[in-house]
Design a protein around this ligand. Structure first.
Ligand code: F6R
Length: 254
């Protein structure tokens, strides 16, 4: 694992955008795994800026998002479809038909999960998976539980996730209770993973991700087994981490 320790949110966003840009330049028709939430907003803003300057081209890029709330249509301002259009897709030249998210309005959950897994498979898997980190260690909406979920599934969000996400809604009661999320298998099969983390509220989860036991109670801990993970984290997010915690010497700090 590589950890880039940066000063603050803006530096995290720029550094992460550099890594995503390198991927697009290296493989113009790459498949990007995309996350929503507040952490990648700055990274997306930076990508839009570089696209508008003519430094990046998304014409052949394909994307697959991690998750979507159940029951929210793409027109709903709280949906992740809406978020992606607003925060990234409308600002770049990615082709709408090359972007994919789970269908939050799907009536048949099981069918939708299978369809989404097929979409990812037909794209040849993910080249670079961007991840945010939940305060409880969730990645995508793989919430803490007894077993790692393999494929796309529809999950009941934990109370802590509902509370954390209430800031995007009028109140916590408005947060959908269920969401579709790709499984741990899809995330772990990505060729490269880029985890972006900012703020003190994530410090404990980040420590557990790196040094805790690999356990579905902290879903992000599975990343310890992935061969190509880059973490860009700010000082606050890294505040529980001491380089000496890495007894194995597997983590490279920059
Ligand atoms: C969103 C997602 C979630 C978020 C996580 C952190 O697509 O998959 O795992 O990355 O909840 O959210 P923020 O960045 O809002 O703290």
């Amino acid at each position: 694992m590589r950890i880039y320790s940066v000063k603050n949110y803006d530096e995290m966003s720029r550094k992460a955008a550099n890594i995503v840009s390198a991927q697009i330049i290296l493989k113009p028709d790459c498949v990007l795994g995309l996350a929503t939430g507040s952490t990648p907003e700055g990274l997306y803003r930076q990508l839009i800026e570089w696209y508008q300057k003519g430094d990046l081209d998304f014409a052949q890029v394909r994307s697959v998002n991690l998750d979507e709330y159940k029951g929210l249509s793409p027109e709903n301002e709280q949906s992740y479809h809406y978020y992606m259009n607003k925060n990234l897709f409308n600002g770049i030249n990615i082709k709408p038909e090359n972007t994919h998210l789970p269908d939050g309005m799907a009536k048949d959950e099981e069918k939708e999960c299978l369809r989404y897994d097929r979409v990812v498979k037909m794209m040849g898997g993910v080249d670079l998976q961007i991840l945010g980190l939940g305060e409880n260690g969730h990645i995508g909406f793989n919430e803490p539980c007894e077993n790692f979920a393999k494929g796309t599934h529809c999950i009941r969000l934990t109370d802590s996730t509902i509370t954390a996400n209430a800031r995007f809604f009028e109140n916590a009661d408005m947060v959908p209770k269920y969401a579709f999320s790709v499984g741990i298998r899809t995330i772990m099969m990505a060729k490269k993973i880029l985890l972006v983390v900012s703020g003190k509220a994530k410090a404990h989860a980040l420590y557990q991700t790196l040094f805790g036991p690999i356990n579905p109670r902290v879903p992000s801990s599975i990343l310890q087994l992935h061969p190509d993970v880059t973490i860009v984290a700010d000082k606050d997010a890294l505040s529980h981490i001491d380089r000496k915690d890495d007894k194995s010497g597997d983590i490279y700090f920059y």
